[in-house]
Design a protein around this ligand. Structure first.
Ligand SMILES: C[S@@+](CC[C@H](N)C(=O)[O-])C[C@H]1O[C@@H](n2cnc3c(N)ncnc32)[C@H](O)[C@@H]1O
Length: 246
């Protein structure tokens, strides 16, 4: 299965006519940035390419921390919002499955809530591997299909699945499957599970009513480490290995 680019583009261009893309609370956005920085251990001033940057929420937060950022997305309209808000950041319209960067040229890549938008992320993994310098790294964050809320609300096989506010390309990821794709591309990977990323916004009216309950459970029920595999979000960290991809 491949990504339907037209559907993806239409969805995010339409969204951009109403608003910027900023679904988490400010505290959750900061927690995402802290997690990215602690997993990668990169120092201020380093170069970061934010793939699937949308209107650039995370590109901007990383820029504010002193990183040298480029944002890249398929949706020209979301990028225009980012360009208006953040004049010093370079935004590029491109497809992550054909990155406009030369081989071995990039230090760090953030896959910004992006992998779960690619039904088959093999091409993405190959492109990220191609452009990263040896020992370069990527950090991704995505909804975790092992989390009961994510499964029930966002997985197509669930009887409670809602297609509201999502593209037909996306579904929560199974962390081990994603690690395997990136390992095969030539990365050393590991998963890190995060709770407490509260949403400020969900599209479905019914889900909006449940949002405080979701946010409460997410913060408290999934906090103990024995629950970590079931937390709502999973970060995948990968380092470009020196061995050749399989
Ligand atoms: C869930 S949004 C994430 C936006 C932002 N990074 C955030 O986390 O708030 C996914 C983004 O990935 C972008 N995207 C999806 N497929 C893409 C592709 N093939 N190439 C570039 N961008 C893509 C979409 O346009 C959208 O902006």
């Amino acid at each position: 299965m491949t990504q339907n680019k037209q559907k993806e583009l239409e969805f995010f261009d339409n969204l951009a006519s109403e608003q910027e893309y900023n679904v988490f609370t400010d505290a959750a956005n900061q927690k995402i940035i802290e997690t990215i920085l602690s997993l990668s251990n990169i120092q201020s001033g380093a170069q970061i390419i934010d793939l699937g940057c949308g209107s650039g929420i995370f590109t901007q937060l990383l820029d504010q921390r002193g990183f040298d950022c480029i944002g890249l997305d398929l949706s020209q309209k979301l990028l225009q919002i980012g360009k208006k808000q953040q004049k010093n950041i370079h935004f590029i319209q491109a497809d992550v499955e054909a990155l406009p960067f030369s081989d071995n040229s990039v230090e760090t890549i953030v896959l910004s809530c992006l992998i779960h938008h690619l039904p088959n992320p093999q091409k993405l993994a190959a492109e990220v591997f191609r452009v990263l310098a040896p020992r370069g790294q990527f950090i991704a964050f995505d909804p975790n299909r092992l989390n009961p809320f994510m499964y029930l609300y966002r997985d197509r096989t669930s009887p409670f699945y809602s297609s509201k506010g999502v593209t037909e390309n996306e579904r929560p990821i199974i962390p081990g499957d994603i690690r395997q794709v990136f390992n095969t591309a030539g990365f050393e990977t590991h998963s890190h599970y995060v709770e407490g990323l509260s949403f400020r916004y969900v599209a479905s009216g019914t889900a909006k009513g449940f949002l405080p309950i979701y946010n409460f459970f997410d913060r408290h029920f999934f906090k103990p480490s024995m629950m970590k595999l079931f937390r709502a979000f999973v970060f995948t960290h990968g380092i470009k290995s020196m061995r050749h991809p399989a």
